[in-house]
Design a binder for this molecule. Structure first.
Ligand SMILES: C[S@@+](CC[C@H](N)C(=O)[O-])C[C@H]1O[C@@H](n2cnc3c(N)ncnc32)[C@H](O)[C@@H]1O
Length: 223
């Protein structure tokens, strides 16, 4: 069943999602269906989203939800674990990884405060599976003052992402920008209405290939 069907046919706890997120979820999460995925959701709301991820991802998935609200602990069931703490508390996040292992997917649907989103990303992104996905939603908050946002305001997650685009391409900057762990561990960055997605993966050495007729000239560049 598609994720959208799981959502609209929900008969369990309440889920609160924007409709336009569903094609994005499917595009980036479908490869984890029926896999032994560790899915870390920041922000449990009323508990329905964790149940939706469980139904969608299948019997081998472990959904780990974190939230500041103690009541969320009651959302625990088979395949769903909830821990109480703040996304900006790095020792709490460390304990989550120590207990459940490296997350394959991180979905940040927590406070949406820019300082929290940025701190959480800085800490969790390098600790996400080398072939994993990191998704941040509700990034309209990056433009709203009450969340620490604002158009082109320094420190919002959108502004951080603009810098990360350069980091993704650091090896082409003729030493203007040193390559970082982010450069070497990130395959792609995707931007949608209110969402940012990072696909992790091992980057291959650059080589450009010129092919003419049956002869191929392989020219290694860089590294
Ligand atoms: C938008 S709701 C999550 C909705 C849910 N994921 C869904 O799709 O139905 C945001 C949640 O983030 C939690 N939250 C707020 N600040 C947080 C923080 N600093 N760390 C972790 N969770 C936080 C709130 O208690 C709330 O449950």
């Amino acid at each position: 069943m598609s994720l959208w069907s799981e959502f609209v046919n929900n008969k369990q706890r309440t889920i609160h999602k924007w409709k336009h997120y569903f094609p994005v979820y499917e595009a980036h999460f479908s490869r984890f269906v029926n896999r032994p995925v560790i899915f870390l959701e920041i922000g449990c709301g009323r508990g329905g989203s964790a149940q939706m991820w469980k139904r969608y991802l299948g019997p081998h998935a472990l959904i780990v939800g974190i939230d500041v609200n103690q009541e969320c602990k009651t959302f625990e069931e088979d395949q769903i674990k909830i821990r109480i703490g703040s996304q900006s508390d790095t020792s709490f996040l460390e304990s989550i990884i120590a207990e459940f292992g490296t997350p394959d997917v991180v979905l940040d649907d927590g406070s949406h405060r820019m300082s929290d989103v940025v701190e959480t990303f800085r800490f969790l992104y390098p600790r996400t599976s080398p072939n994993g996905v990191y998704m941040v939603e509700d990034l309209h908050a990056a433009y709203w003052d009450e969340f620490g946002g604002g158009l082109k305001r320094e420190g919002t997650f959108i502004e951080v992402c603009k810098g990360l685009i350069d980091e993704l391409n650091a090896e082409w900057t003729r030493d203007a920008l040193p390559a970082t762990e982010f450069t070497h561990s990130t395959l792609s960055m995707h931007f949608y209405d209110s969402m940012a997605v990072f696909e992790r993966g091992r980057r291959l050495p650059h080589s450009d290939v010129r092919i003419s007729g049956r002869a191929a000239i392989l020219k290694g560049l860089i590294r």
